[in-house]
Design a protein around this ligand. Structure first.
Ligand SMILES: [Zn+2]
Length: 199
């Protein structure tokens, strides 16, 4: 539609999650009209975040170091592990101040339609973490939607035979939504009222 680099910009923006062709065009034209210093600041922070931010080698949370702040914190309970889909779920749960254990970030949820099976998630890494016997309870805090439920059911079947206490968040979270969109009070209550997982 547009020429050369302008179209390249629209194409790149259109690849971002939640940005349709119309929004991509609107952002592109906003950037074309913006002050060069403003655009440079955006470009710099994009490069900086890629250069600086890594994933924690233990839990796969975002981290500026080899291990994230939560894994390094000796005051966190080493016997309880909360399994979430994305690192933004860690942020949401931390906000509730209801959880004092550590996390494991799967990197998504089982979704056959998108070609995501257990092998595409960090389940192998989870099993390695569980193998030394320190962790006694695993809380499955996947999203309250179809993919999240499928993932929790799969994990329950894998983890229960090992003899671990496997729990799910209490109901009351908005069904079909993302964990991160639940308000702090609701999410906190769901945590406090967690129940044993059935497979
Ligand atoms: Zn970590």
């Amino acid at each position: 539609m547009y020429e050369g680099v302008v179209q390249d910009l629209i194409d790149e923006l259109g690849r971002l999650p939640g940005v349709g062709p119309k929004s991509a065009q609107r952002i592109a034209f906003h950037l074309l009209q913006a002050e060069p210093t403003d655009v440079r600041r955006l470009a710099d922070v994009l490069l900086e975040v890629k250069a600086k931010v890594k994933f924690c080698s233990t839990c796969f949370n975002v981290s500026e170091d080899e291990q994230c702040r939560i894994c390094r914190d000796p005051r966190r309970d080493p016997t309880v592990l909360c399994v979430v889909e994305e690192y933004k779920d860690v942020v949401a749960i931390e906000r509730t101040r209801e959880f004092r254990g550590r996390y494991h970030v799967l990197g998504g949820a089982i979704s056959p339609i998108d070609g995501i099976g257990p092998d595409q998630l960090r389940i192998r890494e989870l099993m390695v973490r569980l193998s030394d016997g320190t962790i006694e309870e695993v809380i499955l805090a996947t999203d309250p939607n179809l993919e999240g439920e499928a993932t929790a059911t799969y994990l329950t079947r894998m983890l229960k035979p090992i003899g671990l206490r496997v729990t799910r968040l209490a109901s009351g979270l908005p069904v079909g939504g993302d964990l991160e969109y639940a308000d702090e009070v609701t999410l906190g209550r769901a945590f406090a009222g967690r129940r044993s997982a059935d497979d």
